[in-house]
Unconditional design. Sequence first.
Lengths: 154, 581
Amino acid sequence: MNTTNRLNHAYSQAPWRVQRQWVSIFLLIVLGFAMIATLYLMVTSQAAIIGREIQDLRLGIIETENTNADLQTKLAQLTSKDEVEKRAYALGFRPAKPEEVEYLYVPGYVAPKGVKLATVPELQPSAPSIPPEYTQSLLDWLDERLQTTGGGLR
Amino acid sequence: MRQQYAWRSLLLNGFLAFVATLVVLQMVRIQVSAEAEAFRAQADAFKGGYKTFYPERGEIYDRNGHLLAGNQTVYEVGVDLTTVIDPHSVAMAVSVNLGKDYNEVYSEILNPPPGLSYLVVDNFASSEAVTYLKELKTELSNSGNPTPSLAGLEFSPRLERSYPEDALASDVIGFVNREGRGYFGIEEKYNDLLAGNPVRVWVPNEPNRAVEIPNVPNGTSLILTINRDLQGAVEEILDQSLKKYDAQHGVIIVMNPKNGEILAMASTPRMDLNNFENYGVIFNNASEYNRAIGMPYEPGSVMKIFTMAAALDTGLVNPNTTYLDTGEIQVGGVTIKNWDNQAWGVQNMVGCLQHSLNVCMSWLAVQLGPQNLYGYLNRFGFGHLTGVDMSGEAAGRLKVPGDADWYPVDLATNSFGQGITATPLQILTGASAVVNQGRMVTPHTLYAMLRDGNQFNVPPQYAGSPIRAETAATLNEMLATSLENEASAALVPGYRVAGKTGTAQIPTPLGFYDLSQTNASFIGWGPADDPQFMIYVWLERPTASIWGSETAAPVFSEVAQKTVVLLNIPPDAVRLQMATH
């Protein structure tokens, strides 16, 4: 019995040590919360700043689009038929008559048919394609390998 | 000692718990109080609001990429009555720069209607005026003096339709009103495509939810088949012709007979589309907006093309079939005479067309019979809409046996273009079968659509084959020969053309024809062996001469000469020489 008491006494911690441990755990939790709160604050503030930037950029886009539309219309006004005709007359030009036009035969020349105002380029058959290594997922690659090796596992 | 600390601790805890409870209770009280709804509404107002996003209206280009209809920024200028400091300066500034009445603006700022906190001063202020006002506002604000001040003056930008070519092709394009709705022509026909889809969504003020603001795609842009330069030239020729021949109104259409693309379409009167408010002053009714598609009329002898086409196609006659013209024919108890009241003797079918003999055509109509003639006219599209992609098309009228107002004599008069009404575009469409190996094209003005940076070209459509290819070729040759034999004013030096004049008396409301006034028309195409353009000319009530051969025919020639230059169509000799290479 005495031996047991002695052992308990020997291995039990001093009360101040236990208290310090509890305080440490408490401080650790507080620190953890503080870190999480700081992180949350940082992330949300960053998100808010970026969100505000997005809002500003959207306004900027609208303003730019409006300016673009204005400039396009202004350019069209400056190059309108009446304006161009006025300038041409001022420079001494006049409309050609059919008998004044000379036609020249150019072998192999094919006149362009119709205007192309598309801003997205059309896909060219000869355009280099992106190799599958850059687009394939690991599962796609594995599936392809299994199929090309005879598909014995299926 | 330890007991004392315990009490203090307990008291402090109790106090804090009490305060916390009070806070919670206050929160609950606010939530259930009478003012709760007002608070919630206030909070919601700060959170964001519903907003309608209007896409930018699609642009309209001609076939060479020239902008015909675009957009430009205009501003709504208003006064925020809660922040205005110096009403006198604000009223003075908008009066000087926006042309508003100073006293009116000043009194409205001082005595606004009850409940109004924002006063709209101008809905469509120009960019230039607003830029100046903005600079003035900033300058006054930076001066440090409380007055003069433009504080409270607000500007909201938005896009409005603008037409850089003013009145050019106004009858084809149509216009857009202040509310953004298209009227007439392309603007009305393709209003939904051009306007895009407005989106009404909740827009949060919270920056974290900025990504929720939708990105509204712009309206679809359109490329027309119209050639701006040719359109301008045709309008100019039309205006000069009206003066030269003292005609009231007129129409000229230029179309590609192979695919139905309308290259130019001019009608009078026209309107500066940027001042569409003048619509009511310029036009009496909607059908006048574009006479080429909206105003059917009795076309006269140009209809003889279709009568002859029916006669040839049924095998009733061939170009060499002869007819003894005695100067009159009885149909349905009525005597039909030629335009000159003369007898032209023995004529073949080319002669009938060349001299535009009513008696010969009436004879053909009688030989064909009502079923055949009206069957062909129906297949040529008379009495039906052409399906052109412009708003405001009229169908014209083709009376047929069985109709209450059809009489047997109509069979004869219809054969030379009386008692039947059609629009210039209907006649052009029907005649495209003669030019296009028996196949009629559907006229159209849309060349391509532009959406999300991609261009989608519109394929041509055909409206049936009323006659055989052989008939078309024969009639084409007959019409070219008849013009040459006649030494018509419609001839174009260097180019072989085919066509037909038309001079039609105008019916009065009483049912009789006004013998003093006519509608002069000409339909023609060229080069005759490989037609690349078709032209229709209609001059309404010319007084310099009442005859289509002396008014509409030379106008056709003038338009054709301009067309061959602008479309790079070489003279026949050069073209045939090139073909041998």
